[in-house]
Write a protein that binds this ligand. Structure first.
Ligand SMILES: [Zn+2]
Ligand SMILES: [Zn+2]
Length: 286
């Protein structure tokens, strides 16, 4: 399984000279079966999904987009995803079921006038929009298990994704302080990589609680609790400069705790035995 981090920010994009090395796009991670396969799964569709067009070029996207929740930073890239918004593309978008609405109608809540010029059906290519409950399904050859996590403002999923002996849990927005259900703990158990909300630091705890997010200490504790083999600190605050993230890497970073960088590639389950433990992710820096 190959993960390519295309956007690692939370809340809003972070352009500017102080944000070049860790990157400014909001949440999106592309998954492929391995280093030589094309990406067929996107976890979230923040502005980072625009980078997927370059990864796929010259091909159109053919795959699924698993959306954790419908906050802007996780969906704003949808109508700007050129490889998906073109003839010949296929995109199966999954969102958490809520409010008794269809997937299409949930997407139309943020993608319709006057908020946005076009409706979901205005996208070119073959798009489907499905509202799902927290039950396992198969997508593009991967086993997918959505699970409910505490956040603020609407239903929020984490996703466990497994394939060929490798597994990840993607939990970009999460307030562990509000309680972690047994189902969520089980879904994160023993994953090779836990990609987790790391928006706040311990001294910002009150804001983390207000906004429904995690502190990095909470992410580290959760990774230990579920036995994750590695932790990727993700969904960085938009004010967090490269220098600030370097300090976070110095404080928390290790072989098994990584600070997500836009462009970072993580290969799981395909490290040759002579390179060490097969469970250790091999990272290609951005
Ligand atoms: Zn977010
Ligand atoms: Zn959110």
């Amino acid at each position: 399984m190959r993960l390519t981090f295309l956007g690692v920010r939370g809340s809003t994009p972070a352009p500017g000279a102080d944000f070049v090395r860790y990157g400014g796009h909001t949440s999106c991670v592309a998954l492929s079966a391995g280093p030589t396969s094309r990406p067929v799964l996107a976890l979230d569709a923040g502005t980072g999904i625009r980078e997927l067009t370059g990864l796929l070029a010259p091909d159109a996207f053919a795959g699924s987009i698993l959306v954790s929740h419908l906050h802007w930073d996780h969906v704003q890239g949808i109508p700007f995803f050129a490889a998906g918004d073109r003839d010949g593309a296929r995109a199966a978008m999954v969102v958490p079921a809520e409010l008794g609405l269809s997937g299409r109608d949930l997407v139309a809540r943020f993608m319709s006038p006057p908020s946005f010029p076009i409706l979901p059906e205005g996208l070119k290519g073959a798009w489907t929009f499905e509202a799902r409950e927290a039950e396992p399904f198969r997508a593009e050859g991967f086993d997918v298990l959505p699970f409910d996590v505490a956040h603020k403002g609407g239903r929020c999923f984490g996703y466990r994704v497994s394939s060929a002996g490798a597994s990840i849990a993607y939990v970009p927005d999460h307030a562990p302080a509000a309680g972690v259900s047994d189902a969520a703990l089980e879904a994160m158990r023993d994953v090779d990589a836990l990609i987790h909300d790391a928006q706040f630091l311990d001294h910002e705890r009150s804001r983390a609680v207000d906004y429904g997010h995690a502190t990095i200490d909470e992410a580290v504790a959760l990774a230990e609790r579920v036995g994750a083999r590695s932790l990727v600190l993700f969904h960085h605050g938009p004010h967090r400069t490269d220098a600030a993230l370097d300090r976070i890497a110095e404080t928390f970073g290790s072989d098994s705790v990584l600070v997500a960088t836009q462009g970072m590639v993580l290969d799981l389950g395909c490290v040759p035995p002579d390179r060490g433990a097969t469970t250790r992710p091999r990272v290609t820096p951005a």
